[in-house]
Design a protein around this ligand. Structure first.
Ligand SMILES: NC(=O)c1ccc[n+]([C@@H]2O[C@H](COP(=O)([O-])OP(=O)(O)OC[C@H]3O[C@@H](n4cnc5c(N)ncnc54)[C@H](OP(=O)(O)O)[C@@H]3O)[C@@H](O)[C@H]2O)c1
Length: 326
C-alpha cells in the first residue's frame, strides 16, 4: 500500500508518498479501513518535526483520524461490516491507503456529512468532548473561552459549547477569523494580536471571568489564563504553541479554587478511547447529524501532498480543518 513515509524529521519535505509493506489482516476486535480522507492535526506537524513520537507499537505513519470504507473485520467484531462508511479515531497511521484500528474507535459517517468532511471530525470531537465535558464539566450558562477559535479545535469547540448552552468567547488572529468565530456562534470574538483577552473577558463578564478555558498556547498564556479564570474555573491546556515551561503564582489558583488540566488524547489506552468515542456517538453525533455542529473544512488536498498541507497549517493562513484525500 501507499502511505506517507517520514524520511527523518524536519521540514515538510521529509514526508514522502511511498510504497510501504501491506498491513496485516485486522486482529481480533479490529477493523481495516480503506481510507478516503485523513484529517490533519497540529500533532502531525509536531511528529514530523520529531517532537511527538507515536506511542509504543503504533505506526510511524502520521495521521490521527480518517474516514473511509470498512474493508475487513477481525474476529469478534459485530458492529461493523465490509462496505460500511465510517470515520475513526487513531493513534497514528492515517496518512495511508489503509489503516487497522480498534472497532470501538470507529464511528459512522454522520447523516448529512460527506465522507470526505467526516475525516475532520473524530480527533476534534473526541478532544473537545473529553476535555470540555468529561474533565471540565462545562454546564449550560457557563462562560467558555477558547483560544484559536478559527482553528480545527476552535471551530468545533465554539459550535458544540454554544449548542450546549454556554456563553462563548473566542480569540483569533485576523478580522476574517474573528468573523468566522462569530458566524459559528461565538458571543464575543477577541483579536489576540490587538486586544488583551484578560481585559476583554473581565469586561464582558462583569468581572466574573471564564468558567472553562480551552487553551492551545501553554506557557505563554498560563498566567493570563489563570487571571481570567472565574471562581472554581477550569483551565484545560491542550497544546504548547507558546512553550511548555512557565512559572506561576499558585495563589491565583488557591484564591479562585481553580484547576488546571492537561492531557494527550493520542496516548490514552484503547479502553479510554472507547469510552470517549461512545460518548461522542451519543452526545455529539446527533448535533452533527442535525446540522447544529458542522465540520469546518478550510482546505482539501491530495494525500500525496501532505507536505503542502503541513506548510499551510504552519503558515497560520488556514481556517478550520485541513483534510487530505486519498
Ligand atoms: N491534547 C490533545 O489531545 C490535543 C488534541 C488535539 C489538538 N491539540 C492541540 O490543540 C491545539 C489546536 O490544534 P488544531 O489541530 O486545532 O490546530 P490549528 O487548526 O492549526 O489551530 C491552531 C490555532 O492556534 C491559534 N493561535 C496561534 N497563535 C495564537 C495566539 N497567540 N493566541 C491564540 N491563538 C493562537 C491559531 O489562531 P489564528 O489562526 O487565528 O492565528 C489557530 O486557530 C494545538 O496546540 C494542538 O496541539 C491537543
Amino acid at each position: 500500500m501507499y502511505a506517507i513515509k517520514l524520511n527523518g524529521f524536519g521540514d515538510p519535505e521529509v514526508m514522502e508518498w511511498d510504497e510501504m509493506d501491506d498491513l496485516p489482516a485486522p486482529g481480533p476486535g479490529q477493523v481495516a479501513i480503506d481510507v478516503v480522507a485523513a484529517g490533519v492535526n497540529r500533532a502531525d506537524v509536531m511528529q514530523r518535526m520529531g517532537f511527538y513520537p507515536p506511542p509504543p507499537g503504533v505506526s510511524e505513519v502520521p495521521g490521527l483520524e480518517v474516514s473511509g470504507v470498512i474493508a475487513e473485520v477481525g474476529a469478534g467484531v459485530q458492529d461493523w461490516a465490509p462496505g460500511d462508511e465510517v470515520c475513526a479515531l487513531l493513534a497514528g497511521g492515517g496518512y495511508a491507503e489503509r489503516v487497522n484500528v480498534a472497532a470501538t474507535q470507529v464511528l459512522p459517517v454522520p447523516k448529512g456529512v460527506s465522507i470526505t468532511s467526516a475525516a475532520a471530525l473524530p480527533e476534534t470531537a473526541a478532544t473537545v468532548w473529553s476535555n470540555v465535558m468529561m474533565v471540565a464539566g462545562l454546564r449550560a450558562g457557563d462562560t467558555f473561552l477558547v483560544h484559536g477559535g478559527a482553528g480545527g479545535i476552535g471551530t468545533f469547540a465554539i459550535q458544540l459549547t454554544k449548542a450546549l448552552g454556554a456563553r462563548v468567547i473566542a480569540t483569533a488572529g485576523s478580522p476574517e477569523k474573528l468573523a468566522l468565530c462569530r458566524e459559528l456562534g461565538a458571543d464575543v470574538a477577541i483579536h489576540y494580536r490587538e486586544q488583551d483577552f484578560v481585559e476583554v473577558v473581565a469586561e464582558v463578564t462583569d468581572g466574573h471571568g471564564a468558567d472553562v478555558i480551552l487553551d492551545n498556547m501553554g506557557a505563554s498564556y498560563l498566567t493570563r489564563n489563570l487571571d481570567t479564570l472565574a471562581i472554581e474555573g477550569r483551565l484545560i491546556v491542550l497544546g504548547f504553541q507558546g512553550g511548555s515551561k512557565a512559572e506561576v503564582d499558585l495563589r491565583t489558583l488557591f484564591h479562585k479554587r481553580g484547576a488546571v488540566f492537561s492531557a494527550s488524547l493520542r496516548a490514552r489506552p484503547v479502553g479510554e478511547k472507547t469510552t470517549i468515542c461512545a460518548a461522542v456517538a451519543e452526545h455529539v453525533w446527533p448535533l452533527v447529524a442535525d446540522g447544529t455542529v458542522r465540520a469546518i473544512v478550510g482546505r482539501t488536498l491530495p494525500l500525496a501532498e501532505a507536505a503542502e498541507a503541513h506548510r499551510l497549517m504552519e503558515s497560520g493562513e488556514s481556517t478550520g480543518k485541513i483534510v487530505l484525500v486519498a
